[in-house]
Design a protein around this ligand. Structure first.
Ligand code: FAD
Length: 413
């Protein structure tokens, strides 16, 4: 009987197992499928997703938002997003759509997603070998020697490497180029002086990420030059959470995919109002509440600690009344509160790893290696990542299912 070894029982590995079993049934082929999982049980990574709710897909999956978008586009052509979702429905999962197309299980529990996958593989006779860490996969003639951390080995006719985003370079021969992994989709460390006293405060705003310091204007005078658009790397709207080391929140997570130390985040704290309209509004406030200090002048618009930080960013004293001539400066500071990026924040909170096996040696419609037929790499083990919103899990399901189907086809007589 032909054997398929799936290395890693996370999202992509379980999707691969389900699809391989389904395809071998369809072809009436007898095949032994084993999932080798390093931890004590499969699917733990799925349980942690979406704050335990598992944002498993998105109704508007778009290959363009992924790293290595062309490769992903081909894969989604081979297995369209709606087919992945209907496969889950076939397994019994009822899903609902929330804001921005995010798809969750109706139960709001990641366990429901894992349960339907586990029941499907159990009913198909897929073996689970937990507590089994794979350390190397070596092509030997037409087959693969799989080596385990405890010194054991097995031969397999096909191997699907679904080991996730951790360092995995040593698992495959050196012929497979590997981009070093970097945690992304997480908080960012920034200079902390401008956000002193803001820990745990949330603001809804628009955040732009600039690739280099974006102005050289006279800070004391407060007025800054317009931002040069060519250095704009990315822009996101949403909630930002100030932390004592920097910033967090979904908008920041998404920007973290593009951020490097030395970049600048510019927060527009009143995105619905243009800078000119805001300056006019502030002038009116000066007319009406002229005796108020700067922070009080901004009350009703910004939380007091945030207003204090904004005023400090242009050297304006919090308790002093705002001079008529400085309302434009204040409006500018509210519309572009700047923080310099120092690097990734708490890496334990990062949701994906940038990097992994480069996609060039693999076929996007099957995930099969062009160098060694019968070897497949899927999910986050490849150098593919995407923003928050269900895109990363959707990639794991799709790439896993494509590989599972192709591996079963290869093993069929
Ligand atoms: C906190 C958190 C929340 C997230 N929320 C979402 C979300 O809501 N929506 C979304 O789309 N994405 C989310 N993600 C990202 C998503 O979880 C991953 O993109 C996805 O799980 C990747 O699937 P994978 O199968 O490639 O890797 P994983 O799911 O990480 O699975 C890899 C598996 O391989 C095992 N393994 C590793 N090395 C070996 C080895 N050498 N031998 C044997 N087994 C091995 C691991 O133990 C693991 O079980 C989140 C990530 C995190 C960390």
């Amino acid at each position: 009987m032909k054997t398929l070894a799936i290395i890693g029982g996370g999202a992509a590995g379980l999707a691969a197992a389900v699809e391989a079993a389904r395809e071998s049934r369809r072809r009436s082929a007898r095949m032994e499928i084993t999932v080798y999982e390093a931890s004590d049980r499969v699917g733990k990574s799925i349980l942690a997703t979406g704050n335990g709710r598992c944002n498993l897909s998105n109704s508007a999956i778009d290959a363009a938002v992924y790293r290595n978008a062309e490769f992903v586009r081909e894969a989604y052509r081979a297995l369209p997003p709606e087919k992945v979702r209907s496969s889950f429905a076939d397994l019994g999962l009822v899903m609902r759509e929330e804001a921005e197309g995010r798809i969750y299980p109706l139960t709001n529990k990641a366990t429901s997603v894992l349960d339907v996958l586990r029941f499907a593989i159990r009913e198909s006779g897929v073996r689970e070998s937990c507590g089994t860490e794979v350390v190397a996969v070596t092509p030997v003639e037409e087959r693969f020697l799989v080596c385990f951390a405890d010194g054991g080995t097995v031969f397999a006719d096909a191997v699907i490497l679904a080991c996730g985003g951790g360092p995995a370079q040593s698992l495959l021969p050196p012929a497979y180029p590997y981009a070093g992994v970097l945690p992304v989709l997480g908080p960012l460390k920034t200079d902390v002086a401008p956000i002193k006293g803001l820990n745990n405060i949330r603001v809804r705003c628009e955040v732009s990420l600039y690739g280099r310091p974006c102005e050289s204007g006279d800070k004391a005078a407060g007025r800054r030059k317009a931002l040069p658009s060519p250095s704009l790397k990315a822009c996101e709207a949403g909630e930002v959470l100030f932390r004592d080391y920097g910033v967090s929140g979904i908008a920041i997570f998404d920007l973290s995919r593009f951020a490097e130390a030395g970049d600048v985040l510019s927060l527009d704290l009143v995105p619905e109002t243009s800078e000119d309209a805001l300056a006019a509004d502030l002038s009116l406030r000066v007319e009406r509440f002229g005796s108020r200090g700067a922070v009080e002048l901004l009350s009703g618009m910004l939380l007091a600690p945030v207003a204090r930080a904004v005023c400090a960013s242009i050297g304006m004293r919090a308790d002093d009344p705002v001079a008529r001539g400085r309302t434009a400066d204040l409006a500018c500071a509210v519309k572009s509160f700047r923080l310099e990026v120092r690097g990734a924040g708490d890496v334990r909170q990062c949701q994906v790893s940038r990097g992994g096996f480069e996609v060039a040696p693999f076929s996007p419609d099957t995930m099969e290696s062009r160098l060694h037929a019968g070897l497949y790499v899927v999910g986050e083990a490849l150098d593919i990542d995407a923003p928050c919103g269900g895109y990363n899990l959707h990639w794991a399901w799709t790439s896993g299912a494509l590989a599972g189907r192709a591996a079963a086809g290869r093993c069929a007589p």
